[in-house]
Design a binder for this molecule. Structure first.
Ligand code: 16G
Length: 193
């Protein structure tokens, strides 16, 4: 995985430099006890963009902690990864890796959507926030949401939103997310939950 393309390692979904350029300490929304941050998320842990090699590091099995994933072959995973990567600067999946076990233990995705409204504005959506239950209590979910919220501003979204269970509302409120008066989240499903 040492091939460089467009200035970043070919394996990454997006340029890792984008994370390094975030002014996390100055702009973070949450407080952390003990202190952790983007560059030091805890002993033996590392935050980075999703890599194509994360297929072998338990990324899909991590997602089963959130919802149904299905039986995805390596080929299907790689095809989807390359398709997402080929839309530059729209898909930002960030993972936490345990560098001792080489397993992905947390992840969240920022999707940037392009629109015509508001002078050709873009909006962000925070999706698929998940932390392996064995790593809960390490503030990793908080760190991931904080990082992606900052990133949404940095990449020029005029707003960022997410969907969550009632019990998660207090958690997301910490980052400035709020139910907007008169606005409802509506969904039509084509396959059962
Ligand atoms: C949660 C996720 C959402 C994801 C959905 C999947 C966050 C903040 N929200 O609502 O992004 O799409 O779960 O559930 O991570 P589903 O498979 O039942 O649609």
């Amino acid at each position: 995985m040492s091939t460089f393309q467009n200035g970043f390692e070919e394996c990454h979904l997006f340029d890792p430099q984008i994370l390094h350029d975030l002014e996390f300490e100055d702009q973070k929304c949450a407080s952390y006890k003990p202190e952790i941050n983007l560059t030091d998320p805890g002993e033996g842990l590392k935050i980075r963009p999703l890599c194509i090699s994360d297929f072998d590091k338990g990324y899909l099995s991590l997602l089963t902690h959130l919802t149904k994933v299905g039986d995805i072959s390596r080929e299907q995973f790689e095809e989807r990864f390359q398709l997402m990567k080929s839309q530059p600067n729209l898909y930002y999946t960030v993972v936490v890796e345990d560098t001792f076990t080489h397993q992905v233990v947390g992840s969240a995705t920022l999707v940037k959507e392009m629109h015509f409204i508001r002078q050709c504005a873009s909006r962000g959506r925070i999706e698929d926030v998940v932390v392996n239950s064995s790593y809960q209590g390490k503030q990793l979910g908080k760190l991931l949401v904080d990082v992606l919220t900052l990133l949404s501003k940095k990449v020029g979204c005029y707003k960022v939103s997410l969907e969550c269970l009632d019990k998660m509302v207090p958690f997301y409120s910490k980052f400035g997310y709020a139910k907007e008066e008169g606005q409802n989240y509506m969904c039509r499903r084509y396959i059962p939950k």
